[in-house]
Design a protein around this ligand. Structure first.
Ligand code: BGC
Length: 755
């Protein structure tokens, strides 16, 4: 309003904006001059040092190097041979090293301190896959914001998150760390997370640099086995793998990108010049830092791509991998590689510029100790406000998979048998990649039941694993101990209803945690069957870091709740949902298969030349399994019901508008994720049967209606060809709108012209 009324004000604001932009340009020019000044003074060894990242010795997150000692690392920092560190946490620890870098090294260049802040730092939020199930971008951004506040208060400036790897394979343990199978949802979530971490001003003391990882196709590890080769065509690369990276660079300004352990079509990503130089830094004009994954440089020897460590350094630098994390090859070989002409000095300088620019952006040249305020550290970790947000996020992440005959919510006065080791587990809900969370500090379902005054008795039934699980060691699944079954059966018999909490330990998903069989681990399937035989009124609550095969459960038990690993507030969130105080609103970000043989399974597949069903065998199907998944992408129930109608499509400026009317036709207030899918019927490359192109999470009171409008832009209607060129082709499109990828309401439209 003000702008319209007063020409003078408009003028003043324009002048301020102009002066602001001008000042920014000036600042950038000053920074560039200072960077050039430093480059002139740096020896080759110091340049290689800026490109070298070491882990602290204690908490390694990869194979520890043999020659690592605290003393040695300090000496390297002092010699200016380490530009950044990971796994050094806490203002005191960071200050000790920063002091050496700034006050004892020759040029006094501050170090950057990185850490895997994945789903919270001290206050644990749900694992990223669970957060993705909320489809709530505001909450997801807030979650990353809280993580940044806590991590930066502990002296950190850089997180290796978000992981934006699209994956269609629930056997791959790292699906817990991503946003699932869909590039559109994945891109929106990547943007929200980067915004949450980086905020508006990277130099602010409570923001940290984000890392998009792992570039590229790490989520396509063959047979779902971590670190395995990926072989995908370029159409999948550009249309499925790339979108979250590209979007978060272009729309959220992600400062860094991590490459990946895997080969892609035979080339290890760290040594892939096409990916890093041509696509990322070339076509996408990415100006930030590319960091290797832990030791992914040196691993090129095992890939049979590099002859030795020197060769690995040469290949990685020439391919555009700027920083070497824990391969120890840049510090050692880059200087001599430049001297021999095998690596261009210009490439090394370009990489160093990127690192120094990052340090300027983080404000470390202005004040290297700016993140090191002990009072702030004490005041910022696990605050009551952070717990409230973790609770909201946990509630929004739960997915109600099945609810027959109103089995849930639990009725007042019902006697409940609470069964399952995970119901009392205070550690598993923290999930894998749990930052600085204290082991065993989550609120369990059992504790929350007691606090809520539920009339219940608890029986363990069977342990999930033997002994303690931890980040670097294999989980020893309980395959034999059924000694608690009898007590569980007795408790089930004596109760009106059973709440059975089964699933995976925190460390059964995550890095290095691929599983070939993704049913309920160990004896838990048998426990489920035994309890069900005693009392069929079972609500099964599944904790897991991935979609599990729940086919037997789906065929028998009336209610199934997907409760992932929900963080510190897991117990209260699950309890309120079971009691009906919270109406579930999560939707699956990944397809749940009926059996492992269907994997890879995803909703946006290509149609084959022989879709079915057909009377003869000559169509694309299994003889011993259905084609359809158990639960499709986007699926999730509510305690209320939503009706969709009045689907309209019309041309608008720059695209097509799709509108739909959604009504809450049930008896209570609820939230629904309205989803829009399209199908490009005929194109120069076969297009998926459905592709998500829009969603909105809305809240409706009983009887209330809302018209939701989506704009399909040209960018959303087009696709990338095998060379990575964007194409928008005229022709017919189908539209599907509803509450899952199986949405039934359809319309179609014709795109008259392309580009
Ligand atoms: C993981 C990365 C992680 C890095 C540092 C690697 O093993 O693949 O995602 O950021 O370790 O901890």
């Amino acid at each position: 309003m003000i702008f319209k009324k007063s020409g003078l004000l408009v003028l003043i604001f324009s002048v301020i904006a102009f002066v602001g932009a001008h000042a920014q340009q000036e600042d950038a020019a000053v920074v560039e001059r200072r960077i050039e000044g430093l480059l002139e003074q740096m020896t080759l060894a110091e340049k290689a040092g800026q490109l070298t990242q070491f882990s602290d010795v204690g908490d390694v997150t990869g194979p520890a190097s043999a020659d690592a000692s605290v003393q040695k690392k300090r000496e390297l920092v002092k010699s200016g041979l380490v530009g950044s560190m990971l796994n050094v946490v806490g203002t005191e620890n960071v200050r000790a090293l920063q002091k050496i870098a700034v006050e004892e090294s020759r040029l006094g260049i501050p170090a950057v301190f990185a850490f895997d802040v994945i789903h919270g730092h001290k206050t644990m939020f749900p694992i990223p896959l669970a957060e993705a199930a909320s489809w709530d971008l505001d909450l997801i951004e807030q979650s990353a914001r809280v993580a940044a506040v806590e991590a930066s208060a502990q002296g950190l400036n850089w997180t290796f998150a978000p992981m934006v790897d699209i994956s269609r394979d629930p056997r791959w343990g790292r699906v817990m760390e991503g946003a699932g199978e869909d590039p559109f949802l994945g891109a929106e979530i990547a943007i929200a997370r980067v915004r949450g971490f980086q905020g508006d001003d990277l130099a602010a003391e409570d923001t940290i640099a984000a890392t998009l990882k792992h570039f590229a196709a790490y989520g396509f590890a063959e047979s779902g086995k971590d670190y395995n080769a990926a072989d995908i065509g370029t159409v999948t690369l550009f249309n499925v793998v790339a979108p979250p990276f590209k979007a978060a660079i272009e729309r959220a300004g992600a400062l860094t990108v991590m490459n990946s352990f895997n080969t892609l079509n035979g080339i290890p990503a760290t040594g892939d010049a096409y990916l890093q130089r041509d696509v990322l830094k070339g076509d996408w004009e990415f100006e930030g830092v590319v960091i290797s994954d832990w030791g992914s440089g040196i691993e090129m020897i095992d890939h049979g791509f590099a002859a030795d460590a020197r060769d690995a350094a040469r290949l990685a630098m020439n391919a555009g991998s700027d920083v070497d994390m824990e391969s120890h090859v840049y510090a050692e070989y880059l200087p001599s590689l430049v001297e021999s002409g095998e690596v261009a000095l210009g490439d090394v300088d370009d990489a160093v510029r990127r690192v120094l620019r990052m340090k300027f952006k983080l404000g470390l040249f202005d004040d290297p100790y700016r993140y090191l305020d002990a009072a702030r550290e004490n005041a910022s970790l696990m605050t009551p406000e952070h717990r409230v947000m973790a609770r909201q996020m946990a509630e929004a992440s739960i997915v109600l998979l099945k609810n027959e005959g109103g089995a849930l919510p639990l009725g007042k006065g019902e006697r409940i048998a609470l069964i399952g080791a995970l119901a009392a587990d205070k550690d598993t809900p923290l999930g894998n990649w749990r930052g600085r969370a204290e082991a065993g500090s989550a609120i369990s379902v059992k504790e929350a039941f007691a606090a809520a005054g539920v009339d219940f008795s608890y029986v363990e039934g069977a342990p999930v694993e033997n002994g303690e699980a931890s980040f670097p060691t294999e989980v020893q699944v309980n395959l034999t101990d059924r000694s608690g079954f009898d007590a569980a059966v007795a408790a089930a018999r004596a109760a009106d209803k059973v709440v059975l909490v089964l699933g995976e330990d925190a460390y059964q998903s995550g890095e290095g945690r691929s599983r070939a069989n993704i049913g309920l681990p160990g004896v838990q399937d048998d426990l489920l069957k035994a309890v069900y035989a005693a009392n069929p009124n079972v609500a099964l609550v599944v904790m897991s870091g991935r979609p599990l095969v729940l086919t037997w459960a789906d065929a028998h038990v009336p209610a199934i709740v997907q409760a992932w690993h929900l963080g510190h507030e897991s117990g209260p969130a699950i309890t309120d949902m079971l009691l009906g105080k919270v109406n579930p609103s999560g939707k699956l970000p990944m397809t749940f298969p009926r059996s492992e043989g269907q994997i890879p399974i995803y909703y946006n597949y290509l149609n084959t030349g022989r879709p079915g069903p057909r009377p003869e065998v000559f169509w694309s199907h299994y003889t011993d399994e259905e084609n359809a998944p158990l639960y499709p992408f986007g699926h999730g129930l509510s305690y209320t019901a939503f009706e969709y109608g009045r689907l309209r499509v019309r041309d608008v400026d720059g695209g097509v508008e799709v509108s739909v009317r959604v009504q809450n036709s049930g008896g209570r207030e609820g939230r629904e994720v309205v989803q829009l899918y399209i199908r490009d019927r005929v194109a120069s490359i076969s297009r998926p049967v459905r592709e998500l192109k829009g969603f909105e999470k809305i809240s409706l009171k009983p009887g209330q209606r809302k018209t939701v409008r989506f704009k399909l832009t040209e960018e959303q209607l087009g696709f990338y060809d095998g060379r990575g060129a964007f194409r928008l082709e005229p022709g017919a499109y189908d539209v599907f709108v509803g509450g899952s990828s199986a949405a039934g309401l359809t319309a179609s439209f014709e795109l008259k012209s392309g580009r």
